[in-house]
Design a protein around this ligand. Structure first.
Ligand SMILES: [Zn+2]
Ligand SMILES: [Zn+2]
Length: 496
């Protein structure tokens, strides 16, 4: 999923506190909604409830009928609910028992209601590791009990796009579950846990069990010796960072600027380090993130706090010019400071004005173009939606800078090589951005805290980057990994 390094402030009028755990029967009676937009959405139990179990040749270890899942309950509200345990609905499906999931920046877009076609009760989440506990008869490369990691981008595996290794971007069947599905009747490819918009409401994996369609293509078996914490990153973020670095054509000896030091920004920094970048400058306005990156990636990483008058006495642009007078070979934009929210042009202009007044970055994309050398490249990993005003087109054309959008990463093309060539030999360690571990039951509070940037305030010394979310099926934390911690709900006052 596309990622931003900065949390984005939401609309305080549209949020409510998550509600406590409530039985599914209550939800079906229509009293589950908590957000202001609740009445305009239909209530659906789960996306798979409507489909009968595909019984022929199915092998199963599941005994439970219901499970706990984090469900969308209106703008700015998620809640833990008891829902049906998923089941195989096609011969190509599997169901896994979740042993680890996570919270991604992309989940916050859904939480805020930025995504179209959300329905009450949609199960959140798109990163998971787990154990195969139900197996459709057509799945030949997996066994019950196998440990697997699930791709957030689901593809059929057999269309021309998937055969070319373009799943996630060009699967011919991706998206058929939503509006297109109504036209063509397909219902098994798209993004996991991304509501009903172009993804058919495939249930997410912030749940004790998750159904994976077209499983032969959409899970990777995790070898013994690779921890759940490590494997979890192959669902999305480690692969997203790798894809951007490969796609933009990074070469050994390049100079690199990375604006946005969230988990994906730091994973990009680690990848370009692995691939031999000559100079890596990492930028953020949160000092604890920069300190964390230097501690984990070593002193060769140069960190600049864009809001610091010490770091940038004459402004950010001037500082970048002083660092690389001829410009950086490649700049990565992960800051998402100026995302035009849906119909949010007014707030964008306000944000631009506020940002221009201080020492901070006026517009991360323009800053990247400005900081790049003539003929250099800019990689956009931040999450943009719709049109963008104030884009410096003149600067782009004058300098001959190449702008790269990367699309959804083709996870299935890369994950095996990342695992075998980089992770297992110890050349790349995605857990360097794993900072916290929480129980699934704590996730609604974590959404709230992330939304209100509460955690950023509480974590001055230790930033919150990537979290591992455990379920009742998880093993104890692996050696050296974060122990489980409690999440604290915010006091409800959005970060100003
Ligand atoms: Zn993600
Ligand atoms: Zn396909």
């Amino acid at each position: 999923m596309q990622h931003g390094g900065q949390a984005h402030n939401g609309d305080p009028q549209s949020r409510k506190h998550p509600q406590p755990y409530r039985k599914h029967s209550d939800q079906a009676n229509g009293i589950g909604g908590t957000g202001t937009g609740a009445t305009s959405y239909a209530t659906v139990p789960t996306e798979y409830s409507a489909y009968p179990t595909f019984k022929s040749g199915v092998r199963s270890l599941i005994e439970e009928k219901t499970m706990a899942a984090v469900t969308w309950q209106g703008k700015g509200a998620v809640a833990l609910r008891e829902v049906d345990v998923p089941h195989v609905t096609n011969a190509e499906d599997i169901v896994i028992r979740t042993t680890g999931t996570s919270l991604c920046h992309a989940d916050m877009h859904i939480y805020r209601g930025d995504v179209f076609d959300l329905k009450l009760g949609d199960i959140m989440g798109h990163e998971a590791v787990g154990q195969v506990v139900q197996l459709g008869s057509a799945v030949k490369n997996l066994q019950l009990g196998d440990r697997v990691c699930c791709s957030f981008a689901l593809g059929c595996g057999s269309c021309e796009g998937c055969q070319r290794g373009e799943t996630g971007r060009i699967c011919d069947k991706a998206g058929h579950n939503g509006y297109l599905g109504k036209l063509y009747g397909e219902r098994h490819s798209s993004l996991e846990g991304h509501a009903h918009f172009s993804s058919g409401g495939i249930a997410g994996c912030q749940a004790q069990y998750v159904r994976i369609p077209c499983a032969e293509n959409n899970v990777l078996r995790v070898p013994n010796g690779v921890s759940d914490e490590t494997a979890l990153f192959l669902s999305d973020v480690a692969v997203s960072a790798y894809h951007a670095v490969r796609d933009v054509g990074l070469q050994s000896g390049n100079t690199v600027l990375i604006i946005g030091s969230g988990p994906v920004g730091q994973l990009v920094a680690q990848w370009v380090q692995v691939f031999g970048a000559r100079r890596i400058v990492l930028v953020d306005s949160i000092q604890s993130r920069l300190d964390w990156a230097k501690q984990k990636l070593g002193p060769a990483i140069e960190a600049t706090n864009s809001d610091s008058k010490t770091d940038c006495p004459h402004g950010f642009s001037q500082k970048m010019h002083e660092l690389e007078p001829h410009g950086f070979d490649i700049c990565f934009e992960l800051a998402e400071l100026a995302i035009p929210r849906r119909l949010g042009i007014g707030s964008l202009q306000k944000a631009m004005k506020t940002l221009s007044a201080g020492h901070g970055i006026t517009h991360p994309l323009n800053e990247c173009i400005l900081a790049a050398r003539n003929g250099g490249r800019v990689s956009i990993i931040a999450d943009y939606a719709g049109q963008l005003g104030n884009f410096n087109m003149g600067l782009l054309t004058e300098k001959g800078v190449k702008l790269y959008g990367h699309g959804q990463p083709p996870v299935q093309r890369y994950w095996q090589e990342i695992l075998e060539e980089y992770i297992m030999p110890g050349r790349f360690d995605p857990t360097k951005v794993l900072t916290h571990r929480y129980a699934l039951e704590e996730l609604p509070k974590l959404y709230d805290a992330m939304y209100n940037r509460k955690l950023f305030e509480e974590s001055k010394d230790k930033p919150i980057l990537k979290v591992f979310v455990q379920t009742k099926f998880s093993a104890e934390p692996s050696a050296g990994m974060p122990p489980v911690t409690k999440a604290h709900a915010s006091n409800g006052a959005p970060h100003a």
